[in-house]
Design a protein around this ligand. Sequence first.
Ligand SMILES: Cc1ncc(COP(=O)(O)O)c(C=O)c1O
Length: 385
Amino acid sequence: MTHKFIRPDIVEMEPYVPIVPFEVLSARLGRAPEEIVKLDANENPYGPSPKALEALRNGRFFHIYPDPESNELRDALSSYVNMPKERLLAGMGADELIDLVLRVVLSPGDVVIDCPPSFGMYPFSTAVNSGQYVQVWRNEDFSLDVPAIEQAVANHPTAKVLFLCSPNNPDGSTISDTNLRRLLDLPVLVVLDEAYVDFAVGLTRGERGERRENEEETSAFSAVKNSSRIHWTLEYDNLAVLRTFSKLAGLAGLRVGYGAFPEWLLPHLWKIKQPYNINVAASLAALASLEDQQWLHEKVQLLVAERERLFAKLGTISYLNPFPSRSNFILCRVIGRDAQVLKLDLEKEGILVRYFNKAGVDNCIRISAGRPEETDKLLATLQKL
Ligand SMILES: Cc1ncc(COP(=O)(O)O)c(C=O)c1O
């Protein structure tokens, strides 16, 4: 009985493997949450801004359904990103917006092009929405294989969406203006995921070609204003840009993100989204965060500085080969030993990192930039192991 009722593609679908919940890990490791060095999910270790916490403490209308149009938040976002409010839509994290776009545009079997290794939600949401997932592998240095993407679009007449992520998760590389413009000439909707764009500043030694585009930027603040392509959505009607409060504002647990979308897409996104997707607490915290930009930017600067220090120090560990990153994490290939064993050994010491063993990121770990004392504990443990 049961199976017959389930969509066959859902029966076949691989589940997304989320990270183990913090409380579960804490119990499993026998350590209090505060003792755990959590560098596995690119969260912001500084947490929400004091103003966001205060807004949550003072919230009075948690018993009332939220504004389905998130007007206050979109007004504030409009000033923050300097974009017309009408072009902005808020989501329950960027994750919801990825799903919403695919729900609107895909008919069963339509093609979604992804450039792995990249963020796991692109294949996941493609599968949930009965899309056909086509992969165009990145080059060895994680740069995009632009001619191969063009060929994939040419080969698939039902190609509708191309996901691009800059800085890319899991390696932290960025897409150059030239490549992005070239890809925007393709007859597909380009969804540019800028979840980590606030960290896309500062040069890492050994960076090549693509990653030099923002050399003139000196502060995290200028990065927020300059390195995002959110304004390009006014120039290109096949571009959507996604952003999130999870990384910049330390609100991953409250689930709030936003995006700028083409005019033709917006009415349909509005039509199908859950009316109350942005809850009252998330909205209050996001609004208050936008009023505390100086605090946010100080934390971005700390994390960018920590990323640079981490990169330099990881390069001194004989069995690690770190990749240069413009994000708040660093991917490392593990040389001459098993990355999974390393991950588990770190876990026993209360240090969590993300382990990968799939094409493009075989025998790798990804380490988020944390507070200086967290980096110190990680490095001391890596040296000991
Ligand atoms: C590239 C990328 N996009 C989006 C997200 C999810 O963002 P949100 O927490 O806003 O759903 C993540 C989270 O790790 C990510 O790595």
